[in-house]
Design a protein around this ligand. Structure first.
Ligand SMILES: *[C@@H]1O[C@H](CO)[C@@H](O)[C@H](O)[C@H]1NC(C)=O
Ligand SMILES: *[C@@H]1O[C@H](CO)[C@@H](O)[C@H](O)[C@H]1NC(C)=O
Length: 448
């Protein structure tokens, strides 16, 4: 303001004083900022009068200050400045400037600086005090080198009015927990064991097999303690694909005994069992022993004894109405008898036909002289002796009486007639009546 006054005085002195005044030369700017009081957009050096032909221009004198070409007038008030203290009461200020040619009027005497009291904060911050350090936290690693920290609190006393404590609330340091533990890991599984049985049975649980592994790859360390291997060291498995076990057969219970096989005397009764409980399966053994058991049974009752014919007695003498007919050519009859023996215990009598006696038509040729005729050779007889060396067989021709004068079918019933008694037959002389031959290939008596 003082300079402005001096300058203005000088200017007016020059205008009023010098007859040949040297025009004052200035740096002329085409813009003068009213808010900032600064010149911009330099045009060049011209006389002050020429520069200020435009009241919006500004100029710079030799002293380097920027001035406005307009008539003197107040700038707007600046913004209020900051409060002079950050807490409790202080002041703040604002300014305005008088720019232009001449002096600014100030009828209300507002001046160029205004000051106003202010209070940003009703109290002033005060630092607090730290507590003791807390305990160290856990090390950041469980083995080898890591870090750990501890904390303290800004509460003794607590700060006031937004104050704080000086220094850090956390302290960190290195920590060394020593050697790391070695955790266990499994070695390879062993191979599977054999199944606990080699075949499957319904009645029993499935056989199993198992395998094991050792926690040795590596083993967990003792100090510091490593973790054991996770999971099981033993694995078990059912054996499904085995053949069925042989099932040996088993007998059912014996049945009741059957009725006795006979109704009299001693017989047999049987009882049965079956190899079905269970039947043999999958190559199992058959049941041992018999499926049938037999036992004597006694009815204690005598069986009936049927009658039996005795042998026939010899034929009676051949006769005709009890008369001797020896050597006669007419027929008589003869009889023989037998008896039925042994019938007992309600047994049957002997069969009737033929019955107890028999009769036939006959001729009595006992000791009768009769012509004879030689037979053909008979069949060879048996070898005698029947074993061993020297066995022989024989055949013979026999002298047959000539019975051509006898009628062989007799009477109206034409019954067969028989000859009774041995005649005294005579045949022609014959050289060879008996032939004997050795039997061949007769086994020794030891063999037979
Ligand atoms: C586990 O260790 C024992 C003792 O050393 C050994 O006898 C066995 O064979 C091992 N088992 C396996 C599956 O390696
Ligand atoms: C029957 O007659 C014959 C011969 O005529 C005689 O040899 C025999 O003794 C007589 N027999 C009886 C029992 O009379």
């Amino acid at each position: 303001m003082l300079l402005w006054v001096v300058h203005t005085a000088l200017l007016s002195a020059r205008i009023s004083g010098g007859t040949t005044p040297k025009p004052q030369m200035v740096e002329c700017f085409s813009d003068f900022g009213v808010e900032s009081g600064s010149c911009s957009l330099l045009l060049g050096r011209v006389s002050l009068v020429d520069c200020c032909l435009n009241p919006r221009y500004g100029f710079q004198d030799d002293d380097g200050k920027c001035r406005s070409c307009r008539p003197a007038s107040w700038s707007e008030w600046s913004e209020w400045g900051h409060c002079t203290v950050s807490c409790l009461e202080g002041v703040r200020q604002r300014r305005r400037f008088c720019y232009g040619q001449g002096d600014c009027e100030d009828a209300e005497a507002l001046g160029i600086l205004q000051t106003q009291s202010c209070e940003d904060q009703a109290c002033c911050p005060q630092s607090g005090g730290w507590t003791e350090w807390g305990k160290w936290g856990a090390c950041s690693v469980t083995c080898q080198k890591g870090s750990r920290s501890r904390r303290r609190m800004c509460t003794e006393p607590p700060p006031i009015c937004g104050g704080s404590c000086e220094g850090e609330d956390t302290m960190t340091e290195e920590c060394d927990t020593g050697i790391c533990p070695v955790h266990g890991a499994w070695a390879k599984w062993s191979s599977w064991t054999h199944c606990s049985r080699s075949c499957l049975t319904h009645s029993m649980a499935l056989p199993t097999r198992h395998r094991t592994r050792n926690c040795t790859n590596p083993e967990p360390s003792d100090k510091p303690p490593g973790m054991p291997c996770p999971g099981q060291a033993l694995e078990e498995q059912d054996c499904n694909n085995l053949p069925a076990c042989p099932v040996d057969g088993g007998w059912t219970l014996w049945s009741m005994f059957s009725e006795c096989s006979v109704t009299c005397g001693v017989g047999q009764r049987v009882r049965l069992r079956q190899c079905t409980s269970p039947p043999p399966q999958y190559g199992g053994q058959d049941c041992p022993g018999d499926s049938v058991a037999r036992e004597l049974c006694n009815t204690r009752k005598h069986c009936p004894v049927d009658g039996l014919w005795s042998a026939w007695a010899p034929w009676s003498k051949c006769a005709r109405h009890s008369r001797n007919i020896t050597c006669k050519t007419y027929a008589g009859s003869q009889m023989r008898e037998r008896s039925c023996k042994f019938t007992a215990w309600e047994g049957k009598s002997c069969p009737e036909n033929p019955g107890i006696s028999e009769t036939r038509i006959c001729y009595d040729i006992s000791n009768c002289k009769m012509n004879g005729k030689w037979d053909e050779w008979s069949e060879w007889g048996l070898c005698k002796p029947s074993c061993g060396p020297g066995a022989q067989k024989t055949r013979m021709r026999t002298c047959q009486p000539d019975v051509s004068m006898y009628m062989m079918l007799v009477g109206s019933k034409r019954e067969q007639a028989y000859f009774s008694g041995k005649p005294l037959e005579s045949c022609p002389k014959l050289d060879e009546k008996v032939q004997t031959q050795a039997c061949l290939h007769v086994p020794s008596c030891m063999e037979s």
